[in-house]
Design a protein around this ligand. Structure first.
Ligand SMILES: Cc1cc2nc3c(=O)[nH]c(=O)nc-3n(C[C@H](O)[C@H](O)[C@H](O)COP(=O)(O)O)c2cc1C
Length: 376
C-alpha cells in the first residue's frame, strides 16, 4: 500500500513503520508492558454502538464548539506528544500550523523538540502548554511563566506519570534522542537533555532523575496560586479524583491513560468517562483521549484528543509538500476531513479520511447518539 491507497488513519500506521527509524517508530507506537490498555482503548470504541436519531434536518451542520471559552472549529484537539522532530524535521512547528489551519488547539509537550516560543511564532492558532512538574520548582515555575508570556491559553498538567511507564520496546532499543535533536524548552535552564546512547530507555532515566514523583494535590494548589492560566489535569481515571479536581479549582480534566503508555491494565479511557462525567456534571470541562481514530469515536461535550502522529505519519509517507496538509476542515461543513494534499494546492480535492456522524451538529450527536447511552 502507498499513500494513494490510504482511506483511513489506521492505514497510515504501517506506512509510517516502513519509513521511520525503528527507534522512533517504536517510541511513538508502543505502550507500557503488555500493551493491554493500548489495545483496550481501541477495542472499547469498537464495542460501543451508536444510537442515531433520523429525520432531523442535516442540511446545515456545525461542528464548532467551545473549550475553556475559546471557539474551536471542531471537537478534536491535538494531544501533547513529545519530540515531534523524531518523525519530521519541522516537528512541532508543522503540527502547530496544521492545528491552526484546522481551527483547533495544539497542546505542546514540555518535552518538545521545538521551543514553546518557536511554536508560538510558527502559527497563530490556539495552543495550550502541557506541563511535567520537575523536582526543581524554579524550573517548573519558569516554564509556566514562559508559556503564559508566549500566549498559551491553558496549562495542561500531566498527572499520570509520577514515573514513566515501562515501555519495553524503548528499553530494548535503548531509546535516546538522535544527534541534533534536543528538548528545546529545557535548554540552558538546568533541564538538561536526555542522556546519550545507553542501556535501557534514556527517557525513563530522564524522568526518574528530573520529574517530581512526590507530586500531589498540594502542588496543584501551588500551580493555581502562581498562574492565572486555566488549569487542565490530564490523566484522571476515576470519579474520586475528578471530584478532587473540582475541589482544587481546576478548570478541566482529561480522562486519559496516556494512550496506554503509563500504567498497563487500566481500563480504556472511554469506559471511565461515564463515572467521571457523572461525578463532575457540568462544573468543569471534561475531555477524553486514547484510541480516537474515527469520526464515529466522536462526541461533543467530551472533547477528544488524539495522537497527532497520524499526520506525522502522513507527512512521512507522502512527499514533503504534504507537510502542512495533515488536517483540514471541509468548508461544506459536512465532515471532519484529514486532507492528503497540501492546502497550498488549490485544485487538490480533499480526500475524506474521517467522517463525523451525519448529524446536524455535535450537540445533536451528543444528546441523541452518545450521552443517552452513557448518562443515567
Ligand atoms: C509518542 C507519544 C509521546 C507522548 N508524549 C506525551 C507527553 O509528552 N506528555 C503527555 O502528557 N502525554 C504524552 N503522550 C500521550 C498523549 O498525550 C495521549 O494521551 C495519547 O497519545 C492518547 O492515546 P492515542 O494516541 O492512542 O489516542 C504521548 C503519546 C505518544 C504516542
Amino acid at each position: 500500500m502507498d499513500m494513494a491507497d490510504v482511506v483511513n488513519l489506521e492505514e497510515l500506521q504501517p506506512l509510517a513503520r516502513q519509513r521511520m527509524d525503528k527507534l522512533a517508530y517504536d517510541y511513538i507506537a508502543s505502550g507500557a508492558e503488555d500493551e493491554v490498555t493500548l489495545r483496550e482503548n481501541r477495542a472499547a470504541f469498537s464495542r460501543i454502538r451508536l444510537r442515531p436519531r433520523v429525520l432531523v434536518d442535516v442540511s446545515r451542520q456545525d461542528l464548532s464548539t467551545q473549550v475553556l471559552g475559546a471557539k474551536l472549529a471542531l471537537p478534536v484537539l491535538l494531544a501533547p506528544v513529545a519530540m515531534h522532530r523524531l518523525a519530521h524535521p519541522d516537528g512541532e512547528l508543522a503540527t502547530a500550523r496544521a492545528a491552526a489551519a484546522l481551527g483547533t488547539v495544539i497542546v505542546l509537550s514540555t518535552l518538545s523538540t521545538c521551543s514553546l516560543e518557536e511554536v508560538a511564532h510558527a502559527a497563530r492558532g490556539p495552543r495550550w502548554f502541557q506541563l511535567y512538574c520537575f523536582k526543581d520548582r524554579d524550573l517548573t515555575r519558569g516554564l509556566i511563566e514562559r508559556a503564559q508570556a508566549a500566549g498559551y491559553g491553558a496549562l495542561c498538567v500531566t498527572v499520570d506519570a509520577p514515573r514513566l511507564g515501562r515501555r519495553e520496546a524503548d528499553i530494548r532499543n535503548g531509546f535516546h534522542l538522535p544527534p541534533g535533536l534536543t528538548l528545546k524548552n529545557l535548554e540552558g535552564i538546568g533541564g538538561r537533555g536526555l542522556p546519550p546512547d545507553q542501556m535501557g530507555s534514556a527517557l525513563a532515566l530522564y524522568a526518574a532523575t528530573m520529574l517530581d514523583r512526590s507530586l500531589s494535590w498540594k502542588d496543584i494548589a501551588w500551580m493555581r496560586s502562581i498562574t492565572k492560566l486555566p488549569l487542565v489535569l490530564k490523566g484522571i481515571h476515576t470519579a474520586e479524583d475528578a471530584r478532587l479536581a473540582v475541589e482544587h479549582g481546576v478548570d478541566g480534566i482529561v480522562v486519559s491513560n496516556h494512550g496506554g503508555r503509563q500504567l498497563d491494565t487500566v481500563p480504556a479511557a472511554v469506559e471511565l468517562l461515564p463515572e467521571v462525567v457523572e461525578a463532575v456534571g457540568s462544573r468543569i470541562e471534561v475531555l477524553l483521549d486514547g484510541g480516537v481514530r474515527r469520526g464515529t469515536d466522536s462526541s461533543a461535550r467530551e472533547l477528544w484528543l488524539m495522537r497527532p502522529d497520524a499526520s506525522e505519519a502522513a507527512r512521512i509517507a507522502g512527499d514533503p509538500s504534504f507537510t502542512y496538509g495533515g488536517y483540514s476542515w471541509d468548508p461544506a461543513g459536512s465532515a471532519v476531513v484529514f486532507q492528503r494534499f497540501p492546502l497550498a494546492t488549490p485544485d487538490a480535492r480533499p480526500d475524506v479520511l474521517i467522517w463525523v456522524m451525519d448529524q446536524q451538529s455535535v450537540e445533536v450527536i451528543a444528546q441523541d447518539a452518545w450521552l443517552a447511552r452513557w448518562l443515567p
